[in-house]
Design a protein around this ligand. Sequence first.
Ligand code: SF4
Length: 116
Amino acid sequence: MEREIICTSCPMGCHVMVELDGEQIVKITGNTCARGERYARAEVTDPKRTITTTVALVDGGVLPIKSDAPLSKKNIDQYLKQIHEIVAERPVLIGDVLLADIDGNGVNIVATQNAF
Ligand code: SF4
């Protein structure tokens, strides 16, 4: 089986082909650099995404947040459940950690806007 991955590590957007034998990666082609190989390998084995969403503020309104690094897609539902339990209290500054180490690997959920 072959999977085509578009590398998003830089604006070139190389089309990287990953040849698989079951779940084993046999060959990676089409990448222009080593970053592309790493990206394609991660996309096939454990794709990750940065979460962006909002959480409630204790006195009403919502606060935009994001994860400060990509999180494993396979656990996104669980992370979103934890994130949506957050009720933030003013004042909040951009970059404030609202939930530390959500994944056990040091990824934090941080504010992306001030709320005074
Ligand atoms: S493979 Fe390298 S050059 Fe191509 S999109 Fe990825 S990072 Fe950019």
